[in-house]
Ligand binder design. Structure first.
Ligand code: ASP
Length: 390
């Protein structure tokens, strides 16, 4: 069943979001926020990001070797040990490890890297902790519009969906576009229809709903109203907690199969309070996702507009192919040296055909996990496990 109405809800939640949003916005307009908030996208403003990343501190060193699969759960403010309960820590580590295991199962039975990254990303889409599928963030009019893409390194085939509103697993829709259409990207209703016609499960918008993301939308609207009525640009607690909540959760995976074919996939709800119709980097081949045998499989997360303008993942591949750089040097150059100059921050997971893996990021953290060929799974979720600019 396809959802035509933007705000169609299930019988179990009959209230309408627009009414709530109107009320919340009215409340937000009346609320004073003591310090500067993020910009309209909900992220910290570019000036702060540039300042934070102006002087790269680290070196382009690979994080690991002999990696066969890796996933990420978004860039942004990292989780901090002192503000994370043991239950939350377990939930994040389990979520990432479960996704790795889903991909591992595919690889272990001789499956290809495309199926492995699809399985890993589906697991993260089904997990409400992450900003993709169930748990996706809200647009400014309280809807959910999801983006995803997938790419196969052996022949550069790729598929993407943008602004979908009813497919349960956008990454599988992206794969369908790659394999069952003559196009690379489908958007909006056409993409939802195509997925439904080809048998992918569909959901109503309330499937994606989580309290946490709703609270983030309300925070973003309050902050936008607060910053509109203020001339200062402070950086106090309101800004910090917004960055914490909103700048996390896009998911992605990269893999190398037994035939050494690379694949990459990325899926997201985008950015909290984004304009309806806004498309980020995640479904854009060469920005959020890229895979090419001989160079790299890469999935990015961060300020989407900047990753599009900087052609982030394609540039990593080009630096390797035409500049002779290794994966860590190329990824470092793009993430730490180039993108911050455009005013954005974020991270990438990057895997080359030999299994060399790196996850550089200019954001405070990058939640990720990887699997080595001997079956070891490593998860990294805290800021001190993933120092920025390295
Ligand atoms: N890159 C995503 C977007 O711009 C958001 C993110 O990675 O957090 O839609």
């Amino acid at each position: 069943m396809r959802t035509r109405s933007r705000f169609r809800m299930s019988a179990s939640r009959p209230w309408t979001l627009p009414a709530l949003v109107a009320a919340a916005v009215a409340t937000a307009l009346l609320t004073t926020v003591p310090h500067g908030g993020p910009d309209r996208t909900g992220r910290a403003g570019p000036a702060g990001d540039v300042a934070a990343a102006a002087e790269p501190q680290g070196k382009a060193r690979p994080d690991a070797h002999d990696v066969v699969l890796a996933v990420h759960g978004g860039a942004g403010s990292a989780l901090h040990r002192d503000r994370t309960t043991p239950e939350q820590e377990k939930a994040y580590r389990d979520g990432l490890a479960d996704a790795v295991r889903a991909g591992q199962k595919v690889l272990d039975r001789g499956g290809d890297s495309v199926s492995a990254v699809e399985a890993a990303v589906r697991s993260l889409e089904d997990n409400p902790l992450f900003n993709a599928g169930k748990g996706a963030v809200f647009t400014e009019d309280a809807g959910h519009e999801l983006d995803a893409s997938i790419m196969r390194g052996s022949d550069l085939k790729a598929g993407a969906v943008a602004g979908v509103r009813s497919v349960r697993n956008p990454i599988s829709a992206a794969r369908l576009v790659m394999e069952k259409s003559r196009h690379v990207m489908l958007a909006g209703e056409g993409a939802d229809d195509f997925a439904a016609r080809n048998g992918l499960p569909t959901v109503t918008q309330d499937y994606y709903w989580t309290q946490r993301r709703w609270d983030s939308l309300m925070d973003a609207k309050r902050a936008a109203a607060g910053s509109a009525s203020r001339s200062d640009n402070g950086s106090g607690p309101a800004k910090a907690s917004l960055a914490d909540e909103q700048a996390k959760g896009t998911v992605g995976a990269v893999a190398r199969d037994q035939k050494r074919n690379l694949a990459a996939a990325t899926s997201t709800g985008g950015m909290t309070n984004k304009m309806s119709g806004r498309i980020g980097d995640s479904p854009i081949i060469g920005a959020g996702t890229y895979a090419k045998n001989g160079t790299v499989a890469a999935s990015a997360t961060g300020d989407g507009e900047i990753f599009i303008r900087g052609a982030a993942t394609a540039t990593i591949s080009n630096l390797m192919e035409f500049g002779g750089k290794d994966v860590a040097t190329a990824a470092y150059e793009v993430l730490i040296e180039r993108l911050p100059k455009l005013g954005g921050s974020g991270g990438v997971i990057a895997l080359d055909g030999k299994g060399t893996f790196d996850a550089p990021h200019s954001s405070e953290g990058l939640l990720h996990a990887y699997l080595t060929k001997d079956g070891k799974i490593v998860t990294k979720i805290f800021a001190d496990e993933t120092p920025p600019n390295s």
